[in-house]
Design a protein around this ligand. Structure first.
Ligand code: SF4
Ligand code: SF4
Length: 176
């Protein structure tokens, strides 16, 4: 899985160009693209932006060109606003099937995952490994980049379903 995440930008670029060409070549109504992106949101959350969107590919390239702190801040603000697909996907993050899961027995609390995540950086109530914080992958701005999963040196973070039917347990969600 981590190897797949490592190639995310290529997937995003390839799928994004494909969608762009399809929309132009076959004159597809943008409402169909919004519907398609929203259906993905029900299962995967705001996954469209960082894995499929041609505009997201361009924006990420531009925003990622500065230093890390500036890039994190830009990402956080951009994914708070986005477009109709991002709005719907963001709202669905709380109920989507896909979540970032934590296996506490493998976590050394090194904090690398939270440094990789712009949500943890700018929200003291959200995190990925500290008990008592809300799981950052349920936040409206989580764009399913999975940088947190890729960055974890011990493999304590993984991609899983919202249901606690596997060994990895979800970070405690406040009020849940
Ligand atoms: S990067 Fe992995 S080991 Fe480190 S705090 Fe996060 S989940 Fe725990
Ligand atoms: S996938 Fe992980 S790193 Fe990316 S925004 Fe969501 S919680 Fe943060």
């Amino acid at each position: 899985m981590r190897r797949f995440i490592h190639w995310r930008r290529f997937v995003q670029g390839g799928v994004g160009i494909g969608i762009y060409v399809l929309v132009g070549r076959f004159n597809i109504n943008l409402l169909w693209v919004i519907l398609f992106g929203s259906l993905f949101g029900i299962v995967l959350g705001k996954v469209f932006c960082r894995w499929m969107c041609p505009l997201g590919f361009i924006m990420e390239t531009l925003m990622g060109s500065g230093d890390k702190a500036k890039a994190q801040s830009s990402m956080y603000m951009y994914f708070k606003v986005g477009c109709p697909i991002a709005w719907i996907g963001g709202l669905l993050n709380k109920v989507s099937l896909l979540r970032v899961k934590l296996d506490p027995s493998r976590c050394t609390h090194c904090g690398v995952c939270e440094s990789a995540c712009y949500i943890s950086e700018f929200n003291e109530t959200h995190g990925l490994h500290r008990p008592g914080l809300v799981n950052a992958s349920t936040h409206y701005s989580c764009s399913r980049c999975l940088a947190c999963v890729e960055s974890c040196p011990t493999g304590a973070l993984s991609v899983g379903t919202a249901f606690p039917a596997n060994v990895a347990r979800e970070v405690t969600e406040r009020g849940a």
